[in-house]
Design a protein. Structure first.
Length: 145
């Protein structure tokens, strides 16, 4: 095996116990500044041990599929990752119903995801017939059919 820092072990143990954590929580657990904790988390992401979701202040971290597989807990990974997507889809649908429409930019802000992730969520809901794309380019938005 490869040597692993104590800080990395703390992060992995907390994620195993609590499933999903944000940067301030992990920085506090490590007793480090957020910038130092962020650098450690990004190294763990690059090593394939941790997965990051969302962007900026909404970014959260979980153990990777590979780690769950090694632990013999693949179902736990699917459960944990799957609920997030279901919740995002529900938030998008509720927003579109309440406001009459939703854009990719609004989806980014609502779900705290990247533009690519927002596009995937919207296309998936469009493909299921739950939303309908109206227009193209800058004016594009989705409505509930």
């Amino acid at each position: 095996g490869i040597p692993i820092q104590i800080e990395s072990l703390i992060v992995l143990a907390r994620l195993r116990k609590e499933r999903r954590l944000d940067l301030p929580t992990l920085a506090n657990a490590l007793q480090r500044e957020e910038s130092s904790a962020r650098a450690l988390l990004e190294r763990l992401v690059e090593a394939g041990l941790v997965e990051a979701y969302g962007i900026k202040k909404g970014r959260t971290y979980t153990l990777s599929a590979r780690v769950y597989r090694e632990l013999g807990q693949s179902f736990d990974y699917i459960r944990q990752a799957g609920f997030n997507l279901i919740q995002q889809e529900q938030m998008v649908l509720q927003y579109a119903q309440k406001h009459g429409r939703i854009t990719r930019k609004e989806t980014v802000e609502l779900c705290r995801v990247s533009e690519d992730q927002a596009s995937r969520i919207l296309r998936k809901l469009d493909g299921k017939g739950k939303l309908k794309l109206i227009g193209k380019g800058r004016g594009a938005h989705y409505r509930v059919p």
